[in-house]
Each structure stands twice: as structure tokens, then as C-alpha cells.
Design a protein around this ligand. Structure first.
Ligand code: URP
Ligand code: ZN
Ligand code: ZN
Ligand code: ZN
Length: 478
């Protein structure tokens, strides 16, 4: 087995930073050593197979993106990144594990939906991957199957209070699934928006001739997110289910989460880079030379981008600092403008919902360190350590310590990253939602289970490097 020493860097964890060398033996971390130290009387640097020079750089646990949708059939098309292209882009951006959503569609058995997802991913991933289960059809059979999923390493499931006729579950169905969550310890993940009410507002907007992407954000008012978040919290309280609310974008939804947490309820929340940086005014309402007032389709996602004037973005950063929100995932769900987003020309309801960000999450969150929104340690915590703990991967992932998988990113705070299509992102998209964003930092080297898969801008990994991760129960629950 080959050995690697990452030397000269500052190892950053969720709780601190220190100058240290990291010794890797095969796929795992063997030791975290004092800089330049000698192990058992030998000069470590002289005896290893490879030395990675991290002088002046940060050495952090590889990013874990706990919310991705590779190849998701949605909105009459399919998310444009395959497991191959999406995980390769993730690797370039310093993410070394993803948790994707296996889908059970209406009328389908969970077993079949899950098997199909394994088939899509197996042998195709650049980095390790795990699954949550989307439950799109709550019935007696699917509830029985759900109970058995922890045996297969799937310890969380997602339900939708939005998208009637697609993934939607009503309160009765949610209640029943949450009872399974309570009994098994599986985490209930919730898309919290009042879908039926949103659909009425959307229909009325279209009837009045308001068909541009901007109105996607008007129809999906923050009141619809606040209300659904509250309802999910109360159903979780009633049943005793642990609850994790995905892609939180409204400050009022955060207030609901904080309120429940302050009462001691096991309620958690994530936000995504788009809700920290982008807005209803600047992006959803954008006009451009190529697409005119349809430009905003690039940023149609749900929950939607929120008004900057109302201060949601500011509240999301604040909640990340105060731990009212615990994690940042991407909700990576890319669609091209051509032939995909275009489906919604003349009717915003037909624009496939989703934004691609998997490659930029670590950078975009690092920029929050640069601008003073979060600390360096919090950056690691939000993007790696908490995702690992939340979803039962901690120890193996999310930490640099002996025995952990050697998933490590060397990050250069003196580097610079210009994001955008012209700067060749690796996601399978014909535009970038992040065109023009400048990051004062750069992913330098990425190791996945001890193998250098990204060196500078060069990809050294291979399709199939990534393995399926069986997860344990959330390590946030007693
Ligand atoms: O717009 C989004 N978020 N698309 C992906 C599906 C979901 O709701 O997470
Ligand atoms: Zn969702
Ligand atoms: Zn999603
Ligand atoms: Zn700069």
C-alpha cells in the first residue's frame, strides 16, 4: 500500500487549526503529526511514497455535499449531470462525498426506485456516494419498506409538501412516514413549501399574463415556506420524528426552526449557496441579450431565490453563525438553458426547477470566510463535519484523524478562482449560475481515500473510483 505525507500545512477542523503533517497509509489516515516530525525514529518525509507540499495552505476534510440530484427525472426532462460528470465536477471543487436522492415515483415500489438509483451510480462515480430515499408514494407497502432501509445504509428519507401531482405528500401521509422515522431513528427530510396553495397563485399569475421566471419567485411566497416549515415541525413534534428541513431560503422559516430548537426539538436545517448570494431582484428578475426576460430561468429553483430587499440572504448567513442552520448543501440539480430550461418559455411553471453548484460550494463558502461571515472552522463544520455527523458518516468522513478515510482537500487561501462558463466549469451545463463570481481562494489538491484525484486543475481520478457508502443513523440523535 502506498503512503502519502501532506506536509507544511495548517490542518483545520470544526474546532480549531494547527500546523501539522498528515500521514496517509493506503486509503486511510494513519497519523496527524507535529510538523516535520519523526515517527518511530524515521524521517517520515524520506520514507513515504509521495509528499504533498501544503506550505501556506489549509488542509481540511473533504467536502460532503448532502443534497444532490444527479440524473433526476424532473419537469419533463432529466437533470443534466450524470453521476459521472457531476461527481467529477464535485471533485474539482473539493467535495469528496455526496449524498444523492434515490427516487420512488408515484405508483412505483421503493425497492425498484432504489435499485434504479444504484444502477445509475454504480461504477460511475469519481468520489464516494450515499443515498437518501425520496418517498413519492406513501402507502402501506412503501412504509414497510422504509422501515428496512437502515439495513441497507439508507437512514434518511425526503418528503415533499410541494409539487402536487409529482412528489407531493399530504399531511396524513407525512404523519405516517414520520411515525416510521420516530420508530427507526431515520431522519425525515422535508421540502417545506405549501404546494397546493402555490399552484393556485401560480395559475392566477399565468392567467394574468405574468409568465416570466420572476413570477416563480412571486408565486412561491415566503409565507408558503414559513407555513409549511411550521406544519412540518408540528407534525414532527406530534410524532417524535427527527426533522431536517432542506434548502431553507426564507428568514421566517429559519425563525420557525430556531423556535422549535429552542424548545428542545430535534429539528435541523440546511441552506444552499444560492440562498446566501443570489436574489429575486438580481437573478430571477434578470434580463439578458440572449434570453431577454427569460434570463431568470437560469435561477429557477425551489424554494426560490428570495428578495434581497427583505433581507433573507443576510438572515441565512446569520443563522449559519448562530447554528439555527447547521449545514450548507447545494441541492445540485442542473438543467441546460437549451432544450431544458427553455421548456418554460411563456410559462414559468414549466421551467425545470434546479441550479447547479456542486463544483463551487466549497469555494463559495470559503468566500464567506474571506468576507468575515463565518470562521475558517465554521467553514469546515458547515461543509464537511456536520454533514458527516448529521447523516451517519462521521469518523470515516468529515474529520482528519487516525483511522478516517483519507478524503482531504489542500486549499490555497492565496489562490484565486474565477467562476463561470468561460472559465470552464466541469458541470454538464451550458451556462453557469455563478458566472462572474470571484473567490479569493482555490482548491489545490484533492485526495479521495488516499488517491490524489485533483492536482491543481488536473483531474487524475477515474470513473468508478467512488464507492457506495452505507450510512449509520444520524450522530446528532441520542
Ligand atoms: O429546485 C429544486 N430544488 N430542484 C430539485 C428538487 C428539490 O426540490 O430539491
Ligand atoms: Zn426540494
Ligand atoms: Zn433537492
Ligand atoms: Zn480576488
Amino acid at each position: 500500500m502506498s503512503t502519502t505525507l501532506i506536509t507544511g500545512g495548517t490542518v483545520v477542523s470544526a474546532t480549531g487549526r494547527a500546523a501539522a503533517d498528515v500521514l496517509i497509509d493506503g486509503e486511510t489516515i494513519r497519523a496527524v503529526l507535529e510538523p516535520g516530525s519523526h515517527l518511530l525514529g524515521t524521517d517520515v518525509a524520506a520514507s513515504v511514497d509521495r509528499v504533498v507540499d501544503a506550505t501556506g495552505k489549509y488542509v481540511i476534510p473533504g467536502g460532503i455535499d448532502a443534497h444532490t440530484h444527479m440524473q433526476l427525472p424532473f419537469g419533463g426532462t432529466e437533470a443534466s449531470d450524470t453521476f459521472e460528470t457531476g461527481t467529477r465536477a464535485a471533485a474539482h471543487g473539493g467535495t469528496t462525498s455526496i449524498i444523492d436522492f434515490a427516487v420512488q415515483t408515484y405508483g412505483q415500489r421503493i425497492e425498484d426506485g432504489l435499485a434504479a438509483w444504484h444502477e445509475k451510480a454504480a461504477g460511475n462515480c469519481a468520489i464516494d456516494y450515499a443515498f437518501h430515499q425520496i418517498v413519492g408514494d406513501v402507502n402501506e407497502a412503501s412504509l414497510a419498506t422504509l422501515r428496512k432501509l437502515p439495513d441497507e445504509g439508507i437512514t434518511s428519507f425526503k418528503m415533499f409538501m410541494a409539487y402536487p401531482g409529482v412528489f407531493y405528500s399530504d399531511d396524513a401521509q407525512i404523519l405516517k412516514a414520520m411515525q416510521v422515522s420516530r420508530d427507526t431513528g431515520m431522519l425525515t427530510m422535508m421540502h417545506a413549501e405549501n404546494g397546493p396553495a402555490i399552484d393556485v397563485l401560480a395559475q392566477q399569475l399565468v392567467d394574468a399574463g405574468n409568465t416570466d421566471p420572476y413570477y416563480h419567485g412571486i408565486a412561491r411566497a415566503w409565507e408558503m415556506e414559513e407555513e409549511a416549515t411550521h406544519r412540518a415541525i408540528m407534525l414532527a413534534k406530534l410524532t417524535g420524528a427527527p426533522l431536517y428541513v432542506v434548502h431553507v431560503s426564507a428568514k421566517q422559516a429559519v425563525e420557525q426552526l430556531a423556535w422549535a430548537r429552542d424548545k428542545g426539538q430535534n429539528v435541523f436545517g440546511e441552506t444552499c449557496p444560492q440562498y446566501l448570494y443570489l436574489s429575486l431582484e438580481d437573478q430571477l428578475g434578470a434580463s439578458g441579450p440572449e434570453w431577454g426576460s427569460f434570463e431568470g430561468a437560469k435561477w429557477v429553483c425551489s424554494t426560490p431565490l428570495r428578495s434581497r430587499a427583505e433581507g433573507h440572504q443576510h438572515s441565512m448567513w446569520q443563522a449559519l453563525r448562530t447554528n439555527d442552520l447547521q449545514m450548507v448543501s447545494t441541492d445540485h440539480c442542473p438543467f441546460c438553458m437549451k432544450d431544458q430550461k427553455e421548456l418554460g418559455l411563456g410559462d414559468f411553471r414549466k421551467i425545470p426547477n434546479g441550479i447547479g453548484s456542486i463544483e463551487h460550494r466549497m469555494d463559495l463558502m470559503y468566500q464567506g470566510v474571506v468576507t468575515g461571515e463565518i470562521t475558517l472552522e465554521r467553514w469546515v463544520e458547515l461543509t464537511s463535519t456536520t454533514p458527516a455527523r448529521m447523516f451517519g458518516l462521521y469518523g470515516r468522513k468529515g474529520v482528519i484523524q487516525p483511522g478516517a478515510d483519507a478524503d482531504i482537500v489542500v486549499y490555497d487561501p492565496n489562490g484565486h478562482t474565477s467562476i463561470g462558463l468561460g472559465k470552464t466549469h466541469h458541470m454538464n451545463m451550458d451556462y453557469s449560475a455563478w458566472e462572474g463570481y470571484e473567490i479569493d481562494g482555490k482548491v489545490d489538491t484533492v485526495l479521495s481515500r488516499g488517491k490524489v484525484i485533483v492536482d491543481g486543475d488536473e483531474y487524475l481520478g477515474a470513473k468508478g473510483d467512488g464507492r457506495f457508502l452505507k450510512r449509520g443513523l444520524s450522530q446528532y440523535l441520542i
